[in-house]
Design a protein around this ligand. Structure first.
Ligand SMILES: [Zn+2]
Ligand SMILES: [Zn+2]
Length: 233
């Protein structure tokens, strides 16, 4: 979206706080009170980003590592829900900036050169009218200068909602059914940043990292807006 258009929309529809939903004017994304309550995801495992006691590194087969600026809980859970389901697309600017900061802090030395994002189920995308991960990818791209590669991963529409899958193994199988890669994509030697909204069990990111590596990618790191504190959910 161009800057002028975005400014116009903001004037027309003042922002509501990411955390509590109160009006916060046209510049801010979060009120002062909620800003102080944001649960920063610090001190986790340097590779998977989970709290050390919930580390899932041993379960990652293809994903080289992951990071997220926020724990997925409290006001962050509510805010991401509003971002996805209530048409608050301007939260992509807020979350994308935090994700870009996380990238600079934790992944700037990894030589990552391009961004790929996890595609949304085609039916959900039609219902919402936008793909939340594509928006986040665009914002991270603006802030970091890394280009977004389009038409790499695709959602088959065959899997079920990942949240409905109970065990780690069910989630792995469901993710494998849900995603595929576009034909003839050549990623030989590429070092990629893979974007999703939330890291829960890591099955989606790991499955997609495997697809990318099968096409030649050398390294794949995940970057999400938030990450859960438990291993599986
Ligand atoms: Zn608030
Ligand atoms: Zn770990």
């Amino acid at each position: 979206m161009s800057g002028v258009w975005e400014t116009f929309l903001t004037w027309l529809f003042p922002h509501k706080c990411f955390g509590c939903g109160e009006l916060v004017g046209q510049e801010a994304f979060v009120c002062e009170e909620c800003a102080q309550q944001l649960p920063w995801a610090k001190g986790g495992c340097p590779r998977c980003g989970k709290p050390v006691r919930a580390c899932v590194c041993s379960q990652l087969e293809a994903l080289d590592g992951a990071g997220a600026p926020l724990w997925y809980e409290g006001i962050v859970r509510q805010g991401i829900h509003r971002y996805k389901y209530s048409g608050r697309q301007y939260y992509a600017t807020f979350l994308g900036a935090l994700m870009a900061d996380c990238f600079r802090e934790r992944m700037s030395g990894l030589g990552l050169e391009a961004i790929v994002y996890i595609p949304l189920h085609p039916r959900k995308q039609r219902q919402r009218g936008f793909c939340q991960t594509q928006r986040l990818a665009a914002k991270v791209s603006e802030a970091t200068g890394l280009p977004v590669l389009e038409e790499v991963l695709l959602h088959t529409g065959r899997g079920k909602a990942q949240m409905s899958q109970r065990t780690f193994e069910d989630r792995r199988k469901n993710a494998a059914r849900s995603f595929d890669i576009w034909e003839d994509v050549d990623l030989t030697g590429k070092r990629l940043l893979l974007i999703d909204d939330v890291f829960t069990s890591g099955r989606t990111l790991d499955t997609c990292a495997r697809l990318l590596k099968e096409q030649g990618a050398e390294r794949v790191w995940g970057l999400t807006a938030a990450i859960t504190r438990s291993s599986y959910g």
